[in-house]
Design a protein. Structure first.
Length: 127
């Protein structure tokens, strides 16, 4: 431990593992780095959704919150929105928080047109 009441990240991880068992803390996987920003390609349509499935599902093994940058998306259809919503439901079912960061105008527009209210958008950037 460092001086006083401070501990570093490795010591904190070790304490969590001691308390809950390795990899047993909800939203954490032993050895994974803290939450980072993930991003999607410029097109999220029915053509890309099946190809992105494995990549997006791999995000469920990381740290919570899962932060996904949406600013680069120029083309999105209902299949893309369905994929995002299904991913969010899966994350929440695992006790993880999903945060959609800086949605592009096309994303905001289709989500509004579809009346989707369950997606949490954040306009704050960062990693």
């Amino acid at each position: 431990m460092t001086d006083g009441n401070e501990i570093n990240d490795d010591e904190f991880e070790s304490l969590l593992d001691q308390l809950h068992g390795p990899g047993k803390v909800p939203g954490r996987v032993a050895g994974n780095p803290p939450s980072k920003m993930s991003s999607l390609p410029s097109s999220l349509t029915i053509r890309e959704v099946t190809e992105l499935g494995e990549q997006v599902q791999a995000w469920l093994t990381g740290e919570s919150p899962i932060r996904v940058q949406l600013s680069a998306i120029e083309h999105i259809d209902t299949a893309g929105v369905q994929m995002l919503m299904a991913f969010q439901r899966s994350a929440e079912g695992m006790g993880l928080v999903c945060e959609w960061v800086e949605p592009s105008e096309p994303v905001s527009r289709i989500v509004s047109q579809l009346g989707v209210t369950s997606m949490r958008f954040s306009h704050a950037s960062g990693s």
